[in-house]
Design a protein around this ligand. Structure first.
Ligand SMILES: [Zn+2]
Length: 62
């Protein structure tokens, strides 16, 4: 079985910083879109995104 390749967008040039830890966000699994207020909303770096994943609860499919 093959898993679908996760596309990573290089967002280094976007100058996005993590809303949680403030580190520069250099890659995202999605393409960020600018909003009316000129920001990209709350975007988290890869580490914080992983930490934000809810653990337990049986939401994970195996
Ligand atoms: Zn972070």
């Amino acid at each position: 079985m093959q898993q679908p390749a996760r596309q990573i967008h290089d967002v280094t040039s976007f100058g996005i910083t993590c809303a949680s830890c403030g580190n520069a966000v250099t890659e995202l699994p999605f393409q960020p879109t600018k909003r009316d207020d000129g920001t990209y909303g709350r975007i988290f770096c890869r580490d914080c995104n992983r930490n934000r994943q809810p653990s337990g609860g049986g939401g994970f499919r195996r």
